[in-house]
Design a protein around this ligand. Structure first.
Ligand code: 9Z3
Length: 356
């Protein structure tokens, strides 16, 4: 959360005041089509057998195992926070790819609140999307140079007096997380890398059982181009007759495999994104039933920073920022995450009672 009434950096004259990241809502995709079925063990076997794992996966595996063991020894709970959009490459030597809008704000902000509440966080994020702590100064419409000034003697760079207080708070939290090995950054870019890495991390995390929470905020593509059909080199316009027709396959819905097989004792929270408010709750409820996990958080593209709806087996509950909180720039994640941590504690108690 930004400090209430904290100074707003001037928009650099070099940056445009026009924002291009939000397209015309009239052109939003109609997602009222039925959901794809949950992935079966056969779908899982096919996908992970027919696609080559990313070459760096063993490096990630040892980093994750070390991180989990480190926190397991002191009984610290671990949150896997996924964040940002996945790409769908159209060529192996990728010039063109399909992407989505997600900047990773939800994930990066939520990770900060999990850390604040004493969790260790594995941050599975789209490379170059928002990161916990640095998000306060990156990806904004303000240039980071606007936070800086020259020292009076003109020999050094200093943080502008106006931003000292707020930046010091962020810096201390960042350093604390770093020095105590509380935050492990794991990147992905493509949907394929995301899926391989999610499965790997889930399996590594199984040693901590119910002390693990999965907070799946990444915007994962619903469609992809299987490796058997990806051309090796840049698609040549003359070869496709001047028209590019993209024929994508549905991405298997591995959330069910996560719940049933990869992390069966952990608490799992997924997000459901829609653009049409009339279908949000029913789609979230369908996802909850289909994947059989603990919580779906529904949100609309247009209002996701101000309101979300928690959908559980017991019912649904909205969390909405009030006008005062909106004015004060309260992060909605500062409300979402503590609520989830309460549910996680209840989840742990219920698992213990079952003797798990
Ligand atoms: C979300 O719904 C996230 O809240 C947002 C956050 C992606 C909207 P930003 O990065 O946006 O802060 O700009 N994430 C999940 C979206 C998703 O792909 N869900 C799947 C689905 O809807 C289910 S796992 O089918």
């Amino acid at each position: 959360m930004s400090e209430p009434g904290s100074p707003v950096p001037p928009t650099s004259p070099l940056l445009s005041r026009v924002h291009t990241s939000a397209p015309d809502t009239e052109s939003a995709i109609d997602r009222s089509i039925p959901e794809f079925p949950a992935a079966t063990p056969i779908d899982e076997d096919n996908y992970f057998r027919l696609h080559r794992p990313p070459p760096y996966l063993s490096q990630i595996s040892s980093d994750v195992a070390e991180f989990i063991n480190f926190h397991h020894r002191v009984n610290r709970k671990v949150a896997l926070v996924t964040s940002g959009g996945t790409t769908v490459p159209l060529e192996n030597n990728t010039v063109r790819f399909i992407d989505n809008f997600s900047a990773g704000t939800r994930g990066a902000t939520s990770a900060e609140y999990f850390l604040e509440k004493g969790y260790a966080v594995i941050f599975l994020h789209r490379e170059f999307s928002m990161l916990p702590y640095s998000r306060h100064y990156s990806h904004t419409t303000n240039c980071f140079l606007d936070y800086l000034t020259e020292s009076p003697d003109g020999k050094k760079v200093e943080v502008d007096e106006k931003f000292q207080k707020e930046m010091l708070v962020v810096l201390k939290k960042y350093r604390y997380a770093q020095e105590n090995n509380l935050l492990l950054m794991v990147p992905f870019t493509t949907v394929h890398q995301y899926l391989f890495t999610l499965k790997l991390i889930a399996q590594e995390m199984s040693v901590i059982g119910y002390d693990a929470i999965f907070y799946l905020a990444a915007a994962v593509s619903d469609f992809f181009l299987p490796s058997s059909r990806i051309p090796q080199h840049k698609i040549q316009s003359k070869e496709v007759g001047g028209k590019l027709v993209v024929d994508l396959e549905p991405v298997p819905k591995f959330l069910r495999r996560l719940v049933d097989s990869w992390a069966p004792i952990a608490m799992i929270v997924s997000f459901k994104l829609e653009t049409d408010n009339t279908i949000l709750i029913s789609k979230a409820r369908t996802a909850l039933k289909r994947y059989n996990h603990q919580l779906v958080i529904g949100n609309l593209l247009q209002t996701r920073k101000k309101q979300v709806v928690f959908v559980t087996a017991e019912g649904e509950r909205w969390i909405k920022l009030d006008p005062e909180q909106i004015k004060e720039n309260v992060d909605i994640e500062s409300i979402i995450v503590p609520e989830i941590i309460n549910s996680h504690n209840a989840w742990i108690e219920s698992r213990k009672r079952m003797g798990l």
